[in-house]
Design a protein around this ligand. Structure first.
Ligand code: ARG
Length: 588
């Protein structure tokens, strides 16, 4: 369905042309003076130069040409040459009806769907999931859903970190604690046990302990590095242990992500790219892309236009070991081979921006991707505590995601049972839904690249620009619709009518922006634009609600029209929150 602004511009083009002016000047925008008009066109000002004529005269001509318009109810030329526009109530109502009848609520599916891989989540196996990885999961999930909503073929990949030193550290620590485990017996040739020799809580304790110990004891670190090397070389016992670590850890990660309503199409890991490395390295050497620098194999990626130093991309260390770089490049090879994406989007901490610049340049230069394959980096800022420092627990430790979630669930639960009488089980379930909206909206309503302060009190508030406020609004609409049905009425018996008052029109003017917002938000990879849209829409609805006695309206036709408008408002809001990654309860 055409966007409202497109419909408006078509009307303006007709008018400019009819009045004898070029269509290029006929461009309207949302008004920046909502007290005076809803849309405005400044084209007469620009046209004045071309036609050597006072802008106000041109504006007057256009206004006359619009006298019969059924798009606008009011058109004014004001000095020095602005054209102020108000939409015709019938035009607006019919646009809303068309939206309601459209299966995608006016949002057009893209004509040429792309295959887009999105690399997000990025948790590291065997390390507890902490808030550092929260943003990637929340933002990535939303971008994936946005793209899908528009009709792209989105493939989400968690790209777990499973190949680094953390593995060697865990193996070495285990060896220290339980040297008799069969995995450490080099002469052993039988099958290894099915059960892991540790639980998830042990595993999560082992890594930080080993990591701290390695910092103090270089010989331990040395050993861990060697263990990592042996693992990567394929040592049987170590590989078996590594499988246990993956299994235990991934089961736990799946649970955590599922609590966040984050789902991945692919559970790929860094290690999955390893088989592609030897051939890729050979190819880079053979084609003269890579050269030796101090024993290490590198690809130069600096460009003449660089204003800051972009160091070469290191492919292999001097001892032949591969790096994070190598894995990411080989992952690109793998992705091209298996999925042939038109685009890959990485949702990663913005501190890795330089790193991704190197990787992207290297992938392009060495032609691992096609010329038109887009590689995008969506870097996000840090989630800080109220003290402005990276978010920590009260005692200063790294905040585990599970703990954060349960604290916020608890907070929400308290609020909900304070609010009204409710069955404790239902309150628990509702609390989880609302808590998730608090966390996700709190994150997504900020521009991704900026740092933000995770303020539990503010995020969980039912008032202000928060997830719970949005849900509260949706629940309010649901409750009106339920009560209406409770009167023995059916939904959908009447169509949306013309607005009866200012607040109703204001709300309608918000609703019609939906398709534009969805498109722009996706193009700019900017979920915060959806948040600010639903915040405006929720405010517009609440104003209308406070000024209008909906259910007690005696004119049944009018009342039924309002009900239809509410159904549409709810559908728009629900589609938006679904794309943001959360849902609404029935009551709260
Ligand atoms: N595991 C990485 C980390 O914790 C994030 C992975 C991001 N994705 C990638 N393809 N490098 O920093």
């Amino acid at each position: 369905m055409k966007k409202i602004i497109e419909r408006i511009n078509e009307e303006m083009i007709k008018a400019f042309t009819k009045a004898g002016y070029d269509a290029e000047f006929a461009k309207a925008t949302l008004s920046n003076r909502p007290d005076l008009c809803e849309y405005q066109c400044n084209g007469a000002m620009a046209a004045a130069k071309r036609y050597k004529k006072a802008p106000i005269l041109i504006a007057n001509d256009v206004v006359s040409a619009l006298s019969q318009s059924n798009v606008f109810s009011e058109v004014n030329a004001v000095n020095p040459g602005f054209i102020n526009l108000r939409l015709h109530p019938e035009f607006l109502a019919s646009y809303l009806r068309a939206m309601q009848a459209d299966e995608n609520l006016s949002v057009e599916k893209v004509k040429n769907p792309k295959t887009i891989m999105i690399d997000y989540g990025g948790a590291n196996v065997a390390k507890p999931l902490h808030v550092g990885h929260l943003r990637s999961a929340i933002i990535g999930e939303s971008i994936k859903r946005m793209g899908r909503f528009l009709g792209h073929h989105m493939i989400g990949d968690v790209h777990l970190g499973d190949w680094g030193l953390q593995m060697g550290l865990i193996i070495t620590e285990l060896k220290k604690r339980q040297p008799d485990l069969v995995y450490f017996d080099e002469t052993y040739e039988g099958e290894y046990p099915k059960e892991a020799p540790f639980t998830i809580s042990e595993l999560e304790e082992i890594y930080p302990t080993a990591n701290a110990y390695a910092k103090e004891h270089p010989e331990f670190k040395e050993e861990a590095m060697h263990a990592t090397y042996l693992l990567q070389k394929g040592s049987r016992g170590y590989v078996a242990l590594w499988h246990h670590i993956l299994e235990v850890s991934i089961a736990d990660l799946k649970k955590n992500y599922s609590n966040l309503d984050v789902t991945f199409d692919l559970w790929k890991k860094e290690s999955d790219a390893q088989p592609y490395i030897p051939e890729m390295v050979q190819y880079m050497k053979d084609n003269g892309y890579a050269h030796l620098d101090d024993g290490a194999l590198v690809v130069d990626v600096k460009e003449e236009t660089d204003t800051k130093e972009i160091p070469p991309c290191m492919i292999l260390k001097s001892d032949g070991a591969s790096l994070y770089n190598t894995t990411d490049l080989a992952t690109i090879v793998e992705r091209m081979k298996l999925f042939h994406p038109d685009e890959i989007i990485y949702v990663v901490d913005k501190r890795q921006e330089l790193y991704f610049t190197q990787v992207f340049r290297c992938a392009r230069k060495t032609k691992l991707v096609e010329e038109d394959t887009e590689l995008k980096f969506l870097g996000f800022g840090t989630m800080n505590g109220k003290d402005g420092k990276p978010f920590k627990t009260r005692d200063g430790g790294v905040m585990r995601l599970e703990r954060l979630l349960s604290e916020i669930n608890e907070e929400m639960y308290k609020k909900i049972i304070e609010n009204h009488e409710i069955d404790p089980d239902e309150a628990r379930k509702t609390a989880e839904i609302v808590a998730l909206s608090a966390i996700k909206y709190g994150d997504l309503s900020n521009q991704a690249s900026k740092d933000y302060i995770f303020d539990v009190d503010r995020f969980t508030s039912f008032e202000g620009n928060t997830g719970p406020y949005i849900l509260y609004t949706i629940v309010r609409i649901k409750s009106i619709l339920n009560r209406y049905q409770g009167l023995g009425k059916k939904l959908g018996e009447e169509i949306i009518g013309i607005p009866w008052n200012e607040s109703e029109k204001a709300m309608m003017l918000e609703i019609v922006k939906f398709n534009q917002v969805m498109e722009t938000a996706y193009e700019e990879l900017a979920p915060h634009k959806i948040c600010s849209y639903i915040y405006d829409l929720a405010n517009a609805f609440n104003r209308f609600y406070h000024e209008t006695k909906i259910l007690s309206e005696e004119d049944e036709k009018k009342r039924a029209g309002w009900i239809q408008l509410l159904v549409l408002t709810k559908d728009v809001l629900e589609n938006c929150i679904q794309v943001l990654g959360f849902s609404s309860p029935e009551r709260m």
